[in-house]
Design a protein around this ligand. Structure first.
Ligand SMILES: Nc1ncnc2c1ncn2[C@@H]1O[C@H](COP(=O)(O)OP(=O)(O)OP(=O)(O)O)[C@@H](O)[C@H]1O
Ligand SMILES: [Mg+2]
Length: 356
């Protein structure tokens, strides 16, 4: 065994409602290197409200993505998010990991609106040396049937799911590897996807708050579709080219107007969540907002966030501290796809045997 062999890295597979993202990393001499990244788009009805509706399509697309990146029967890390998850920060009496594992289900029961038999419960100790006989614990409960949907897609495609992470936790892991935030800063990370915004707040170096909001950039696509009476594909093209190739046309002006309105609505939801965090926490004010996810590229969203939240907003580069071999990857293409890779990079940082 070599000095750095350790446990193998998992392949990160982020199955989103608009696209599957696969990332493989390698760690050599303590630094990370990108081994594979590929992306496969999904039709809008394959995954709806976080539930897999069309297994055949999702499995086939996952196989395409695996083929493209040369991944066969690898161990992988998956992510779930949305209303099938309950995440709660609990203050518990200080106890050992083994004691926590034994008692967490009982602790969790009072916060879970589903039958306890239908959920997987896990816990992470946030500050084990808090003193005063107490410790903060992050409890995560996930509905088994939803976890099983994603696991069975991966298994059917030939993968071996090893870890099931929470989407926003994976994004926060990716963020931590790439950015060093002063420990006294309170910042929010938003993963803005097609049909959801995962919100995470980090304060004092620990996760202080999470929330999943059921809106995203797909709402803009469907409003553009309706307004211009065009196909989904055309509406996507209008949306992503809104401020460049279309910039001189009347269409661009109308697209921008719709984008401003839709993004304003998205920011209202984000603001509601962050206001709730601020109102219920000791450490007030969000000092900075970081963005990842495909819809984080919407200029109208960034503008609305800056205006309404009155803080600096920054688009995260998930490959900032990950070396990329220019002979293996088209750097331009990779940088353009980087926003959608946030969660998948976070998943690819996980090791086999990690607690899920
Ligand atoms: N350049 C761009 N400008 C604006 N929007 C973009 C751009 N590129 C991609 N998008 C949008 O980003 C979304 C895809 O992002 P992402 O892959 O993060 O979502 P997802 O993970 O599939 O969705 P979810 O997590 O909500 O299920 C799509 O709605 C797509 O239209
Ligand atoms: Mg996503």
């Amino acid at each position: 065994m070599g000095l750095f062999s350790g446990r193998a890295n998992l392949v990160g597979v982020d199955i989103g409602s608009s696209a599957i993202k696969l990332v493989r990393l390698r760690q050599a001499s303590g630094s990370w290197e990108l081994v594979a990244f590929s992306l496969g788009h999904l039709p809008p009805d394959a995954i709806v409200e976080g539930r897999v509706m069309n297994f055949a399509v999702v499995i086939e697309r996952l196989r395409d993505v695996m083929r493209e990146s040369g991944v066969k029967d690898a161990d992988c890390a998956l992510a779930i998010s949305g209303s099938s998850l309950i995440i709660k920060r609990l203050a518990l009496p200080e106890m050992t990991r083994a004691e926590l594992d034994e008692s967490i289900v009982w602790e969790a029961e009072q916060y879970i609106p589903f039958d306890i038999k239908d959920v997987n419960v896990d816990a992470q100790i946030l500050n084990p040396r808090a003193g005063q006989g107490q410790m903060d614990v992050l409890m995560v409960a996930a509905k088994k049937d939803v976890v099983n949907e994603y696991v069975s897609v991966a298994v059917e495609a030939g993968l071996k799911p090893n870890v099931v992470d929470v989407g926003i936790f994976a994004a926060l892991n990716m963020f931590e590897v790439n950015y060093s935030v002063p420990p006294d800063q309170t910042s929010a990370l938003l993963n803005v996807g097609a049909n959801s915004i995962n919100v995470g707040v980090v304060s004092g170096g620990a996760v202080a708050f999470t929330r999943d909001i059921g809106v995203g950039g797909a709402q803009l696509t469907s409003e553009i579709q309706r307004h211009f009476n065009v196909s989904y594909e055309e509406a996507e093209a209008f949306k992503t080219g809104a401020e460049s190739s279309l910039s001189s046309s009347t269409i661009a002006r109308e697209v921008n107007k719709i984008a401003d309105r839709v993004c304003d609505g998205m920011v209202t939801e984000v603001q509601r969540s962050l206001d709730f965090f601020v109102a219920t926490s000791v450490k007030a004010d969000i000092q900075r907002i970081y963005l990842t996810g495909g819809s984080a590229q919407l200029p109208a969203l960034i503008r609305a966030l800056e205006r309404r939240m009155e803080v600096q907003v920054e688009l995260v580069n998930p490959f900032r501290n990950i070396s990329v071999d220019a002979r293996r990857f088209d750097i331009d293409l990779l940088q353009r796809a980087a926003p959608v890779a946030g969660v998948a990079v976070g998943l690819a940082l996980r090791r086999s045997g990690d607690a899920s």
